[in-house]
Design a protein around this ligand. Structure first.
Ligand code: ASP
Length: 437
């Protein structure tokens, strides 16, 4: 069974990185399907090619000259081509992108996808692998929703026709040929889809760190590395702000139980972190696997005496949110009050209107708001079977003099989420980390 390898932007940022990637691929004959990102940052101060493409597109839309930006993009690929020494008609490829942009016929997604497209073409020539355009195997419907069934069908066919291939990450297309991209970082998802589609024995996600860290290293220097983690824990951590993998990248591999490993292109012999369905029991293992944090939340507190006697109360609250296109993050409650935890970006200038509507519709006694809330998510599969994890967390926060604004724990007992003021987030993480590891 093949191994599917996704290489992130920093792994393919320049020709030196391309050499490392080739070396890695050639050291295991099973590494047969390769998913590249666009060139990312080779060093501090570099721009990601995807960011340059966004700028290129925006300049074109505003009828500004995009020549300078195109030169920057070109020089990134030129350096790669010169350094790996292969023949490649870059000029024609770039002219094609420019003429499409000039014709006004292409979408932003098309322009953005060219970073991966070009990197894929160059990498396939360098490796001697077939090039398979992602537009032919990653399928979307005409609304831009990823089409699982068609993608897997196309990938199965691709596998019959190509023993080894490079398939660019990040994009696919609709039946009418329109290019669609995933959200940023979406090559992780492309890699997972290909892994599932070709029934891979392993999905290797090559990046610039030797695996997952238990906490953000900018908060805790040199944190503990995570050796093994379950799919669900990873999903919780990445959704909760850990900069690991695209938060939806686990869905395709979960279904087939395909293990994922995160490895370092710049330290290829490091073991990395394994992500799987069932992590082997480790009686000595910590209660907590990792800690993540997201800032930028507001909390709307609705109080109404005997709220629990109003059968329709929650429905009314949720209807108001739905009618205003506002996503709800959490809804902790007590007997006569509930709190709506909402990302501030959804509220923007809707707050007054929203509160007025909630007031009218629910006939609440009082509605108040808290701003600048950070949600700290403490994730750990072992919590469920052990006593004292939350005691640890809360006493650490008390000792650090942090006022906890909110506590959320679902019945799955996979995580504990605490809401604190944003300015106390780092102090809180430090306290929880030091008490847990
Ligand atoms: N190149 C895209 C981005 O920068 C997709 C990816 O790297 O996964 O977001």
């Amino acid at each position: 069974m093949p191994i599917v390898c996704k290489f992130g932007g920093s792994s393919l940022a320049n020709s030196e990185q391309f050499h490392k990637v080739k070396d890695i691929i050639e050291s295991d004959d099973n590494r047969r399907y390769i998913i590249p990102s666009a060139p990312g940052k080779a060093k501090n101060g570099d721009q990601k090619v995807t960011d340059l493409l966004i700028l290129l597109y925006n300049m074109a839309v505003h009828k500004l000259s995009s020549a300078e930006v195109m030169n920057m993009i070109e020089s990134r690929y030129r350096e790669i081509l010169n350094g790996i020494g292969i023949e490649f008609d870059l000029k024609t490829e770039l002219d094609e992108i420019l003429s499409y942009i000039a014709s006004g016929k292409v979408s932003k997604s098309y322009v953005l996808s060219r970073g991966e497209y070009l990197n894929g073409k160059i990498l396939s020539a360098y490796l001697g692998y077939d090039f398979v355009d992602a537009k032919d195997v990653i399928c979307f419907d005409e609304n831009g929703t990823w089409d699982e069934e068609s993608s897997y069908k196309a990938l199965a066919k691709m596998q019959e026709e190509h023993e080894r291939a490079v398939i660019p990450g990040f994009y696919g297309s609709t039946p009418s040929g329109k290019i669609v991209t995933f959200s940023r970082g979406g090559s992780d998802l492309s890699g997972a889809i290909v892994a599932r589609g070709v029934n891979a024995e392993l999905y290797e996600n090559w990046t610039d760190v030797s695996g997952l860290l238990a906490v953000d290293p900018s908060v805790i220097p040199h944190p503990k590395k995570i050796k093994n983690i379950s799919y669900q824990e990873l999903r919780e951590l990445s959704y909760s702000g850990a900069k690991v993998m695209h938060d939806e990248a686990m869905f395709p591999v979960i279904e087939k139980n395909i293990p994922v490993v995160i490895r370092n292109t710049n330290a290829k012999d490091d073991a990395g972190s394994y992500i799987m369905a069932d992590v082997p029991e480790d009686a000595e293992g910590e209660d907590i696997t990792g800690i993540a944090c997201r800032k930028g939340f507001d909390v709307i507190n609705i109080e109404k005496f005997r709220m629990n006697r109003d059968l329709a109360f929650h429905r009314k609250v949720l209807s108001v949110l739905e009618a205003n296109d506002i996503y709800l993050e959490h809804m902790p409650s007590s007997i006569d009050s509930i709190s709506l935890v909402i990302a501030s970006k959804y509220l923007k200038n809707k707050t007054d209107q929203l509160i007025a509507e909630l007031q009218t519709f629910t006939n609440a006694d009082r509605i108040t708001m808290d701003h600048n809330i950070a949600l700290i998510t403490i994730v750990g599969r072992n919590m469920k079977n052990r006593i004292g994890t939350s005691a640890h967390v809360f006493s650490a926060l008390a000792a650090a003099n942090v006022n906890i604004r909110m506590i959320i724990q679902g019945a799955s007992e996979m995580n504990i989420i605490v809401g604190v003021l944003e300015e106390e987030a780092e102090k809180s993480i430090e306290a929880i980390y030091n008490a847990s590891f």
